[in-house]
Structure formats: C-alpha cells, structure tokens
Ligand binder design. Structure first.
Ligand code: NAD
Length: 295
C-alpha cells in the first residue's frame, strides 16, 4: 500500500484518485474547489485543505491540473515540502517546455519525476482504462508503473523528460487533422449525393480508414456509439482539442518543425470554439465545414 497525495480532483483527477482508493492505497486529495473536494471525499479520498500537512510522509504526489502554469506553481510549492526520493508524477496535458521545467524542479529536490499525460477522457478515467504516455528516467517509470496501471489499461514509457507530453500532442494533432479530413469527405459526399452509409462502408475498408472514421464517425448512423448520434455531447470537447492543437503549435515553433496541417486544424478549431461550440464534441466541427454552425 502506498500513500499518495493527489492534487487536482476535477473531471479527470477525481475518478483517477477514486480508482487508487479502490485499489487499497491511502489517497490524500487537494484541490482549490470545494465541489471537487466534496466529490473526492465521497469516493474515499482523505481531503486536505493545504499541501503542508499532507505531503511530508507521502510516497508519491500526482498532479492533474489544467495548464503548465498551474503545474509549475504547484510543483514549486511541493518541492519545498516533500522528503527526498518522493515520486512526483504530473498527468496533466501541458506544454513540453513546462513539463521539462517541472522535471528540473524535481531534480532540485532530489525526487524522481515523470510527465505522464493520458488519453481516454473522463470515461477512461472512471473505468480505469486510460492510456498513459510517460517521460522520465527508467527508475521513475519503474516505480510509477504499478500506480499508473491501477488508473489505466496501457502505460507506455516514451523516453526522457517531456517525451510523454510530446507523444500526447503528436497523437492529438493527428486526431484533429484526421477528424477534419473525415468531416470534409462526408461534406463532399453529401453534395455529391452519396449516402453516409455508402461512404462509410467504402472508406472504412479502404485506404481512407482511420479512427476518426471507424470509431468516432462524425455523422449519425454508421457508428452508433459516436457522439454524432447523441447531439454531439462530448466525448472529447472541442475546447480540449483546441488546447492540444495549440500546444502542438507551440512545440512545433519551439522545436522548428513544420506542421502546416496542424496549424490549419488549430485555426479551424479556434474559429469553431469562438463561435460558441467549445463545449460540444470536437466531431461537431462538421457543421461548421458544411457552412452551418459558424456563428
Ligand atoms: P478540470 O478543470 O475538471 O480539473 C482541474 C482541477 O484542478 C479543478 O478541480 C481545479 O479546481 C484544480 N486546480 C486548479 N489549480 C489548482 C491548484 N493550484 N491547486 C489545486 N487544484 C487546482 O480539468 P480536467 O478535465 O480534470 O483536466 C485535467 C487535465 O487533464 C488537463 O490538463 C486536461 O487537458 C487533461 N485531460 C483532460 C481530458 C478530459 O476529457 N477532460 C482528457 C485527457 C486529458
């Protein structure tokens, strides 16, 4: 049994912490929001009002926060409180540069650290079926893997500091671009008088096949479980897709990589978000591409 401090008990962190409790670990939870603390307490998390009391004897601290600035602020604070050799894991989706700075902070307080963002959304967080992509030393990964396996089904060590965030934004850039491609194909098919099912039956078994088509089809019908059948209720909200595409653009600029289709996808999701669609599923962008939901 491990004593874990979990910081950030929101839509993702709440259920992830609950799964650690279910697996028999002692979990102390901290969040700025009373509602998040109350929900975590209902699932057996011992909630605390400040990090000072919670951290000194912890074996591991996990953060699940909105952005890089939040992670750096919390890690700066906790690095002044933790005992040497406490395992520090950040599961938030943040920019690669901030992730590397967090690893530096951990090094400064003699703690092994991992960036370990996830895919799988709130459904995966609740079911314990997330995919973790981890960056950090082999030793930090060895120690973290049993805990991450409680919260996820697949845990991949992607490389050194920042490699988990790099894998996450590269994957989600593919997803954003491929979803727009699939939406454009359905929009063109509609104008050409092709039924959704006919295009699906051909493309899903031909070279146009991809996850955005076969698992997450943006039109109702062919894939009954996709958000298109449920009024585009997320799923994966467009605002989160925009966040990840912007992180990919920041990383591309910083690393000097050309990602013109990623840039185009970021702009289209930016327009979609600006038109009030941020809380809808990201596949609803088909409505804007048809010329429907753009303002
Ligand atoms: P959320 O907004 O529901 O939760 C974030 C929590 O952090 C909130 O409860 C907030 O009060 C708390 N918080 C903020 N600053 C804090 C601080 N300084 N100290 C303590 N608590 C603080 O967000 P979420 O949906 O749980 O997402 C968390 C991270 O996971 C984000 O980086 C997001 O991009 C990533 N992510 C989300 C999803 C998803 O489907 N929601 C999927 C994959 C990855």
């Amino acid at each position: 049994m491990t004593t874990i401090v979990f910081v950030g008990l929101g839509n993702m962190g709440g259920p992830m912490a609950a799964n650690l409790v279910k697996a028999g670990h002692t979990v102390r939870g901290f969040d700025l929001s009373d509602a998040s603390l109350a929900a975590a307490a209902r699932s057996g998390v011992a909630t605390v009002r400040s990090l000072d009391d919670a951290i000194a004897d912890a074996d591991c601290v996990i953060t699940m926060l909105p952005k890089g600035a939040h992670v750096l602020s919390v890690w700066s604070e906790l690095c002044g409180l933790v005992a040497d050799d406490t395992l520090l894991i950040d599961c938030s989706t943040i920019d690669v540069d901030s992730a590397r700075k967090a690893h530096e902070l951990a090094k400064g307080c003699a703690c092994p650290s991992l960036d370990a963002p996830v895919s799988g959304g709130t459904g995966g967080a609740t079911a314990g079926t997330l995919t973790f992509m981890a960056g950090g030393s082999a030793e930090a990964f060895r120690r973290a893997e049993p805990l991450l396996s409680v919260m996820g089904r697949k845990v991949v060590h992607c490389g050194d500091a920042g490699a988990g965030q790099a894998a996450k934004i590269c994957n989600n850039m593919i997803l954003g671009i491929s979803m727009i491609g699939v939406c454009e194909a359905f929009t063109l098919g509609e104008k050409l008088g092709l039924s959704h099912q006919a295009l699906f039956d051909v493309a899903s078994t031909s070279s146009g096949q991809c996850w955005s088509l076969t698992s997450y089809c943006p039109v109702p019908g062919p894939v009954p479980a996709s958000p298109a059948n449920n009024g585009y209720k997320p799923g994966f909200a467009a605002t989160l897709m925009l966040k990840d595409l912007m992180l990919a653009q920041e990383a591309a600029l910083s690393a000097g990589a050309a990602t013109p289709l990623g840039a185009q996808a970021a702009q289209l999701y930016g327009l979609f978000d600006k038109a009030g669609n941020g809380s809808r599923d990201f596949s609803a962008i088909i409505e804007m591409l048809r010329g429907g939901s753009d303002g």
